[in-house]
Ligand binder design. Structure first.
Ligand code: FUB
Ligand code: ZN
Length: 617
């Protein structure tokens, strides 16, 4: 197993451009918007453990702990870069409440302390271990940001208790979590503390999964939470997509730590199954609302796409970990696809509202049709982001994912520095005893030009990802291509490389077995997938046919912060004839311009129809 070491976001400054703006909005607007919503809905208050049946307080939900934990983790990531005493105080207050309300034995869970104490460790699907995992991730991030150790110690104590009841005594009603997350959190805790007990517990939960005899309930089977077989035997991504990709992320982490080739084989097969057969062009996964789940190969309906924001994030987390043990550009390609598309659509351009589901088509007429013959389809049409949800896992996942962009950019081994993601930035870190700095100058994703200047790498190699969509890449230094990376010898102490990726707008087709996309095409330029909205193109987007040999006009749009694209197209001219059916030779078309906007920007101007997969003429 060839391993690389990732460079932490703490060593990377995104200095300008697209992601700098997103991170600034995240810090100054989104984090606080999420905090206010979590305050209004009683989530913060719940940490006081004041709820009783007679109180006026809303009853805590089984995973409110995790919502606040992800918010705390986001705050910690932001604090690592920007001092903010008020924000730090807010986090400290919650840490104090956790300390106050943690059991003597180390247990900490709001719902199963104040609402249902007799239910502790009785229900596999009640998210206790999931909440413990998120709290632990937050504790590690907060320790790394501030050096304050209290929260970390509280979570170490909790994990010791979990090890005791699950692994030693086996006194719980189930052996592994119904919602994975604790596995990857334990490995983070191990990496932070170097305490082997946490690695051992992560390994226990991963090894035990799929070995238990579990009841098949009316609403789900064992595939739902990836318990249908031991994880090393799994080859297809099954069940709830966030659970799946959190598990796979933990498996990849464990494979790296214990150099487990069998786990790596499973991870590679699971990844390939997802990205070759079960993923939207946006990087969204989990096509079914039922079970928020993966379904079967090539089942990628567009208007009913579930594609939860958290699921896209979890896929990027998995891909990012896999690249550390199986270096290949296909992993960072997926990270990029997620960041710019299926994840980023999850947040409004003003940074205050969120999508839980990320459809690839909004077709209001289709939902009206359902409403006329049946009852209206409950979740449809999804035309507007919300500030908070009753199940609000996505917003604080978004805040931590934006803050962590720098984590995904670089990694290295003894010979090579890998550049995975592109953004105007400065990075400073050490490789062994060498101080290395990397400066990226670029307008990416609005321009494919990139100047990379590395210092301190003389005699080693630089490996720059060539994105899968860049058909014609120009690099001003000699290079060879290894697994999708341009490998360049670094021959000077201060070494600069000029690169130009090919951002030509390109039309993509889906595999013919994706019946939802048969006869339809998608537009991509650089990493961005585009869509049509009726706001720009009028109603009935499905009627628009883009001219195959037409030209694309690209220009920067301030509102979206990236380029928009205009294409020559045609649509049906009904003229004076309103016949429902007519001979095809009487069909007339008119020329039109189709205006494409970035997919991530849909539903920011009005409640309107949207379409990713269009016709060609
Ligand atoms: O169950 C906790 C979180 O809420 C999951 O990760 C999401 O899919 C949503 O179900
Ligand atoms: Zn979510």
């Amino acid at each position: 197993m060839k391993k690389t070491t990732p460079v932490s976001f703490a060593n990377v400054e995104i200095t300008n451009g697209f992601w700098a703006k997103k991170q600034e909005l995240n810090r100054t607007v989104t984090l606080d918007a999420v905090r206010k919503q979590f305050e209004n809905t009683g989530r913060f208050e719940a940490f006081k453990f004041n709820w009783t049946e007679d109180s006026d307080l809303p009853q805590p939900h089984i995973f409110w702990d995790s919502d606040i934990a992800k918010w705390m983790e986001s705050a910690a990531l932001i604090l690592r870069k920007h001092s903010d005493p008020e924000l730090e105080k807010k986090v400290d207050e919650i840490v104090d409440l956790i300390e106050k309300n943690q059991g003597e034995d180390g247990y900490f869970n709001i719902f199963f302390t104040v609402c249902e104490p007799e239910g502790r460790w009785q229900n596999r699907d009640a998210h206790e271990l999931y909440c413990a995992g998120h709290l632990t991730e937050a504790a590690v991030a907060y320790y790394e940001a501030t050096g304050k150790i209290k929260f970390l110690k509280l979570m170490c104590k909790y994990m010791d208790y979990i090890a005791k009841v699950f692994a030693e005594e086996k006194s719980t009603a189930f052996a592994t979590p119904g919602h994975e997350e604790i596995e990857l959190a334990l490995i983070k805790l191990y990496r932070c503390t170097s305490d082997e007990r946490f690695l051992k517990l992560a390994r226990f939960f991963i090894d035990e999964r799929g070995k238990e005899t579990l009841p098949i309930t009316a609403w789900c089977n064992t595939k739902y939470n990836q318990s249908h077989m031991p994880v090393r035997e799994q080859r297809t991504a099954e069940g709830h997509s966030v659970r799946a990709c959190y598990l796979y992320s933990g498996m990849a982490d464990l494979a790296k730590e214990i150099e487990d080739e069998e786990l790596l084989v499973a991870c590679k097969a699971l990844f390939d199954n997802i990205v070759q057969k079960r993923m939207y062009i946006t990087g969204g996964v989990g096509s079914s609302h039922e079970g928020e789940a993966f379904t079967v190969d090539y089942d990628l309906q567009n208007d009913t796409a579930y594609a939860e924001t958290c699921a896209a994030i979890s896929l990027a987390m998995f891909a990012n970990r896999l690249k550390e043990i199986d270096m290949d550009s296909k992993y960072a390609d997926i990270v990029e696809k997620v960041y710019y598309n299926g994840f980023l659509s999850g947040i409004s351009l003003d940074g205050k509202a969120f999508f839980y589901e990320n459809p690839l088509e909004i077709l209001k007429a289709e939902h009206n049709r359902h409403a006329s013959v049946n009852k209206s389809r409950e979740r449809f049409p999804i035309t507007r982001r919300q500030e908070v949800f009753s199940c609000s896992c996505c917003p604080p996942n978004i805040t931590r994912f934006i803050a962590a962009f720098g984590d995904y950019m670089y990694s290295f081994d003894a010979e090579m520095l890998y550049v995975h993601q592109f953004a105007q930035s400065n990075a400073n870190f050490a490789i062994g005893s060498n101080s290395v700095s990397v400066v990226q100058k670029t307008e990416y994703p609005n321009d494919g030009k990139l100047t990379l200047t590395v210092t301190g790498l003389n005699g080693k190699k630089l490996a720059v990802r060539i994105p899968f969509w860049s058909v014609d890449t120009v690099i001003d230094k000699p290079y060879t291509v290894e697994k999708g990376y341009a490998v360049i010898d670094v021959t000077e102490d201060v070494f600069a490389v000029e690169i130009e990726f090919d951002m030509t707008p390109r039309i993509f087709a889906a595999h013919p077995l994706v019946f939802a996309d048969n006869g339809r095409f998608a537009l991509q330029s650089g990493p961005l997938v585009y869509c049509l909205e009726s706001e720009d193109n009028g109603e009935n987007l499905r009627d628009i046919a883009v001219l195959k040999n037409g030209t694309f006009t690209v220009h920067y749009d301030e509102f979206f912060g990236v380029n928009v694209i205009t294409a020559k197209a045609q649509r049906t001219d009904v003229g004076d004839c309103n016949a429902l059916y007519r001979p095809v030779e009487q069909m007339k078309t008119i020329e039109t311009d189709a205006r494409f906007i970035p997919y991530f920007g849909f539903a920011n101007r009005s409640d309107c129809d949207m379409l990713v997969w269009f016709k060609l003429a």
